[in-house]
Design a protein around this ligand. Structure first.
Ligand code: FES
Length: 586
């Protein structure tokens, strides 16, 4: 039996009676509306005895033709339905927006909160007793969980699973990570169009999300660590038959959760989020997880801060030898034991007595988990790095914080002072980066602004600014780069990200000038602009806010409501406390 097949038998506590189900308000009462709802369900092709009194399970499916990471989820929804029927539930599939990381512009991050809103309102407004949330491509995981946590129904998250490893000639390729690497090789003249065409065919071989420890793998692992998936689910390759079995298990599990009234609020506790933070850091996971976990925790009524990440990072070693921080890929991680085996290495740092959707305690869930490859999942005596993969920086350039994934940077750059070369926006940077007149050397600090939550908008993943061609040809592969943008979880380099407050709202990043000295000191956790407070005050007095980009529409709502990176980039009206009434279904 694999970890993903192992789900505890239903608990012995009092089970919900059919008339106690939320969906009973739609189907089971005596009034005209119930009569209409039953008639319309017959119109859907179901006899009353097929669904009345059964837990209604909404399957939220982020499948789309434009999302290669989720292109298999239409089939997987059938397996979820199978599981729901087997357990005596009534499955209903709902298509919801897809956030396709590669194709959606300016960035799917602009739409994370929109999918969260859709999830929340859809679950609330229909006769739903529980939900299976199908996602995996970067922002879909936090979006679905943020929305579901706000409604607080029983729910299981179904990770889309990583795609198969990429291949080119004798090389194994990792999503994103090797794309950046070989693109730089092309710019440096080391490979040509012929090699690039072969690489284009070999990088992404199957359905599934990126198979490095990018944002997708990090966030699905975080979901498993939170306790909202079938155990072992997050690393199952998308096209493995185990993925289909896990989908059916998710369907069975959620029916049991509905009957026992195990809502997300019982699972998504402060202890669960602390464990998710430890997991992400020990995985050497994506910096994007910092923003998403803070936002998810906010929807669960848990206040998570940047300081929580920095505190935990100092105590948690990096144990996952997976790219971009390590050598292997997600399929290796899965066969090395997956997340249960990984978490079993961290038990002294986890809250083992908290419940998960599948077990009464995390301790039970991890019992018997074993590592099968100690190079992929390292032991505590042989970590990849002594400290967690992300450091939180403070200083006069980032009074509300910034982050750096220092394990993916050249060590000699982690303490560095250099003159700034400032780009006011990404397009200007692309146009002028290779201008010899700028005189950029490897010691310079590349600065990008107006790429934050409001200024980007949506904090596009611009943070790994390209190295100028001339420096690439000299063999330079890393430089200090700073911005209010995010960075792909598959990226690497000495990139300071998420600077808050962002430049678009007048944060100190807006005041940097070409030639100013900037000092990064990761050990001291500081980022400083070597300019006096008086000079900064003078510059701030001269600063004028950029004009608003959106006159109307979702972009205008987004710009008005989005919070800064250090508080998770949720919408202010979604993250505040307040009651939302149940809809009247009579
Ligand atoms: Fe979907 Fe990377 S593009 S996870």
């Amino acid at each position: 039996m694999t970890a993903s097949d192992a789900v505890e038998e239903p608990g012995a506590g009092a089970l919900k009676r059919p008339e106690e189900l939320r969906s009973h308000q739609w189907y089971g009462t005596d009034g005209l509306r119930s009569f209409s709802h039953r008639a319309r369900t017959r119109q859907l092709g179901y006899l009353p005895e097929e669904h009345l009194g059964k837990p209604v399970v909404a399957i939220l499916n982020t499948w789309s033709d434009i999302n290669p990471c989720h292109v298999h989820l239409r089939e997987r929804a059938q397996a979820v339905k199978r599981g729901v029927w087997q357990a005596g539930g009534f499955p209903l599939e709902f298509p919801v927006s897809t956030l396709s990381e590669t194709f959606q512009k300016p960035t799917p991050m602009l739409y994370r909160n929109l999918l969260a809103m859709e999830t929340e309102e859809l679950l609330r407004s229909y006769p739903v007793d529980g939900a299976v949330l199908m996602g995996g491509c970067d922002k879909t995981t936090p979006a679905l969980l943020m929305g579901a946590a706000s409604v607080d129904l029983p729910a299981v998250f179904l990770p889309a699973g990583p795609m198969l490893p990429g291949h080119w000639r004798d090389q194994v390729l990792g999503s994103g990570t090797d794309m950046w690497k070989y693109w730089d090789d092309k710019r440096a003249g080391l490979i040509g169009d012929c090699e690039l065409a072969e690489l284009e065919s070999g990088l992404a071989r199957s359905p599934g999300h990126c198979m490095t420890m990018g944002t997708a793998s990090t966030l699905t692992a975080a979901a498993e660590a939170l306790g909202v998936t079938v155990p072992g689910a997050s690393s199952i390759p998308a096209v493995d038959s185990g993925h289909e079995r896990m989908a059916a298990a998710s369907g069975r599990l959620v029916v049991d959760l509905v009957r026992r009234d195990v809502r997300l609020s019982r699972i998504l506790t402060r202890e669960a989020y602390e464990d998710a933070v430890a997991t992400v850091l020990a995985l050497g996971g994506s910096t994007n997880a910092v923003i998403h976990l803070i936002a998810m925790a906010g929807r669960s009524g848990v206040r998570l801060t940047l300081d929580d990440f920095d505190r935990v990072a100092r105590t948690v070693p990096v144990l996952a030898n997976v790219r971009p921080g390590g050598r292997h890929l997600m399929e290796d991680f899965h066969f090395a034991g997956g997340l249960p085996a990984f978490l079993a290495q961290l038990t002294d740092l986890l809250n083992l007595d908290r419940p998960t959707v599948a077990h009464s305690t995390l301790r039970e869930q991890l019992a018997g988990a074993r590592v099968h490859d100690t190079d992929v999942i390292r032991g505590r005596e042989n970590p990849l790095a002594e400290e967690g993969g992300v450091a939180v920086l403070r200083g006069n350039l980032c009074p509300d914080g910034a982050v750096i994934k220092h394990i993916a940077a050249e060590p000699e750059l982690l303490r560095h002072t250099g003159p700034a070369v400032v780009f006011d926006d990404y397009r200007t940077m692309q146009r002028t980066l290779n201008d010899p007149g700028l005189g950029i050397t490897a010691d310079h600090v590349l600065v990008l602004r107006n790429a934050g939550p409001k200024g980007g908008p949506g904090m596009p993943e611009y943070g790994m600014l390209p190295i100028p061609d001339a420096l690439l040809r000299q063999g330079v592969r890393d430089m200090v780069r700073i911005s209010d943008a995010r960075m792909s979880g598959t990226s690497y380099g000495a990139c300071v990200l998420h600077i808050a407050p962002e430049s678009y709202v007048g944060g100190p990043l807006a005041l940097v000038r070409n030639g100013d000295l900037i000092t990064l000191d990761v050990e001291a956790r500081t980022l400083r602009l070597e300019v006096t407070d008086e000079e900064l005050a003078r510059r701030k007095a001269d600063w004028t806010p950029p004009p608003a980009r959106y006159g109307r529409g979702y972009g205008a709502l987004y710009t008005e409501q989005i919070t800064q990176a250090d508080t998770g980039c949720d919408f202010a009206f979604l993250s505040r406390e307040g009651d939302v009434p149940e809809p009247y279904a009579g």
